[in-house]
Design a protein around this ligand. Structure first.
Ligand code: ACM
Length: 660
């Protein structure tokens, strides 16, 4: 039997394990449950012991495994490199006698521990109680090696303690890459010993746009940075949790803060050159100049970065580097001539290529946003695809690897509920724009861009982005990250063929209890509105439905939903409402069509509003003018109809048929 309905509900596991079998009985987890571990898993056992302790309120005993005797109530942690699983795979068995987690490697054992933590109750006062964990056998492994979560600490700065919490929460979902965006036009956040002004000057800006008006200034000095000691501490913290921190140092664009600190590194010969740490969001013209002095600077910075971060990958940004300064700079043009570069795109590639060689000398791989291929992609570079997913082909065609991080599916700075719904709660709910529901992220398939097995192998994984222009504090970061992070975790871990949104959505309810117990300021998932009328009335149309905007939404009593026809209108097209029960007293019907979708707003230009007492004979009760019609309907009316009386090239939106 497949688990999924143990105790009548889905086990709250996200990501869902690849293979899971229910068994007889359950294990009684309690404050006396102890941990027995292979010495290679000492660090993991310490973490598990601390987690148990915070659940039970008591110190958990942990003993090394040489003691071959089973403890009375135990969780055993082991490693078996011969397991037929990928790196990071594990087996977890729960029986009435005990729990055993066997990792293919230490990482796998750690992910098995996370599965166990999700099986434990989120909010049970454990001090005296015991929790029944259903007996089961899990065999699990990750689909992708890169299961990434990005965070922009440039636009806003977040304390290390918050980042530690975030790394814990990533690990809880088996996410294993924390992409730490550390430098921006609006702030340089990483201490570099050789260049103290990067943080002294570049770490602070004079002002920021307030929520609610992105084109204005709050006039408040803002900033902060991470010391190298703090960074080492965070890297050690993440490493212990099998999370790799990939640092990002932006070049050649998004570099205004660095150039403000060291103005000689910019294109000093362009008109009006006056670098400063930027105080507005968006893309700014300041780019590093292609000078030897700049390369020396960047190499020195990256040397310190490589000393701090053991990650094989170093992210060098590469996105949104405007070419206007290079095109204006006499010096940059001389470099193009000297190096035989046709244009500024090729200069960007020359720039990236030199950085790639330097990183290679440090045995590191360069990863950058998809613009790094403009003008030619270095051979060993990995492309992080953030614009159209098809940019991936530029890298896959050349044999390079990609990480899929597309803004249409994986940008968590987008709204998760309609903007009007969020903004009604307050200006602090502002997002950059866009609309990304849990379901839309869940339904994204990162592997789908690969056209054959070889290409699919070169898709390293998937990542979601938290750009923080509209996240001034940690509470807002959490609100934007949770619960969408759960959908990311599942698409990164589980093969697409095994995905199932309704099943995921049911499990998410249980996982959200864990978020709540941890005090996370999560959002509620945006569940698609039910396609049903408000009172069981039947509604039908001759028109096709556009993008899920069902005909039922025209009579569901909800302001935020609407019907949207997917094609031009013909004469005699109709929308017909058959009421659940005949009208009890004379009433008025009002229909407002149209929104902001097109030149005419997709409103009905020529049509009749009609009613019927028998559903056969129709009587005109009003005509549409400026998209609106209204009319009286007598007692006993059984049906109302909107009849198109002339063809129109625009589509049709109906917000609501109102009867009152
Ligand atoms: C990006 O969103 N500029 C990578």
């Amino acid at each position: 039997m497949l688990v999924g309905t143990v105790f009548g509900q889905s086990l709250p596991l996200i990501p869902k394990p690849k293979s899971m079998q229910a068994q007889e009985g359950s294990f009684a987890f309690s404050a006396t449950t102890a941990i027995r571990f292979d010495r290679k898993l000492t660090g993991e056992a310490e973490l598990l012991s601390a987690q148990f302790g915070s659940l039970t309120g008591q110190k958990t005993k942990a003993v090394a495994e040489e003691l071959k005797i089973m403890l009375q109530s135990e969780v055993a942690l082991d490693i078996d490199e011969t397991l037929p699983l990928k790196a990071g795979g594990y087996q977890l068995s729960v029986t009435p006698r005990g729990i055993k987690i066997i990792g293919k490697d230490a990482e796998g054992a750690f992910w098995g521990m996370q599965t166990l933590m999700q099986l434990l109750p989120a909010d049970l006062p454990m001090k005296q109680a015991s929790a029944a964990i259903p007996a089961l056998a899990i065999s699990d492994e990750p689909e992708f090696g890169w299961r990434g979560m990005h965070l922009d600490c440039g636009r806003h700065f977040f304390p290390i303690e918050d980042l530690k919490k975030f790394i814990d929460q990533m690990a809880f979902h088996k996410l294993n890459v924390f992409h730490w965006h550390l430098t921006e036009d609006q702030g340089w956040r990483i201490e570099i010993k050789k260049y103290p002004k990067l943080t002294e000057v570049g770490g602070f800006r004079a002002s920021s746009p307030p929520y609610g008006n992105r084109n204005s200034d709050d006039g408040k000095r803002y900033g902060g940075f991470y010391t190298q000691e703090q960074i080492k501490d965070l890297v050690a913290y993440a490493t212990k949790r099998h999370v790799t921190i990939v640092p990002e140092i932006e070049l050649p664009g998004h570099a205004a803060a660095a150039i403000a600190a060291y103005p000689e590194l910019g294109n000093t010969d362009v008109p009006g050159y006056a670098p400063k740490v930027m105080t507005r969001w968006g893309v700014h013209p300041y780019t590093f100049a292609p000078k030897e002095e700049t390369f020396t600077f960047l190499e020195n910075v990256l040397t310190e970065v490589c000393e701090l971060f053991p990650s094989r990958f170093i992210h060098i940004g590469g996105d949104e580097a405007p070419k206007n300064q290079w095109n204006q700079s006499k010096f940059a043009k001389e470099v193009m001539t000297r190096e035989g570069l046709k244009n500024a795109d090729e200069l960007q590639s020359y720039f990236i290529g030199r950085i790639e060689k330097f990183l290679a000398s440090k045995k590191r791989n360069l990863i950058g946003w998809d613009e790094i291929q403009e003008g030619g992609l270095p051979k060993s570079a990995t492309m992080m695809v953030w614009r159209d997913v098809n940019w991936a082909h530029h890298a896959l065609d050349k044999g390079n690897t990609v990480v899929m991080a597309p803004n249409a599916y994986a940008y968590l700075d987008h709204y998760q509920h309609p903007a009007s719904v969020e903004l009604a709660k307050g200006a602090e709910y502002e997002a950059i724009g866009g609309f990304l529901t849990v379901e839309k992220l869940y339904n994204y398939d990162p592997a789908s861009i690969g056209r054959n097995d070889d290409e699919r192998k070169r898709i390293l994984g998937v990542q979601a982005q938290l750009w923080t222009e509209y996240m001034k504090d940690w509470k807002k970061v959490e609100y934007m990250a949770f619960p969408r992070i759960a959908a990311l975790a599942e698409i990164a871990w589980l093969p697409t063929a095994q995905k199932n949104y309704p099943d995921f959505r049911a499990r998410l309810n249980g996982v959200m209890k864990h978020y709540d117990a941890a005090g996370i300021n999560r959002a509620t998932p945006n569940d698609p509105p039910k396609k049903e009328t408000k009172d069981g009335s039947k509604i039908e149309t001759s028109l096709n439905v556009h993008d899920g905007h069902a005909i039922e939404f025209a009579f569901d009593g909800k302001a935020e939903t609407f019907f949207w026809a997917a094609r031009e209108l013909k004469k005699d097209d109709h929308v017909t409402l058959k009421l659940a029960s005949p009208i009890a007293k004379e009433s008025t019907v009002t229909v407002q069509t149209g929104g902001k979708a097109s030149a005419n707003g997709d409103r009905l230009e020529q049509g009749n509003l009609q009613s019927s007492v028998d559903g056969k004979e129709w009587k005109n009760i009003g005509n549409f003018t400026e998209g609106k019609a209204s009319g009286k309907i007598p007692t006993g009316t059984k049906a109302v109809r909107i009849l198109v009386t002339a063809p129109q090239k625009y589509w049709l939106i109906i917000h609501e048929i109102v009867i009152e």
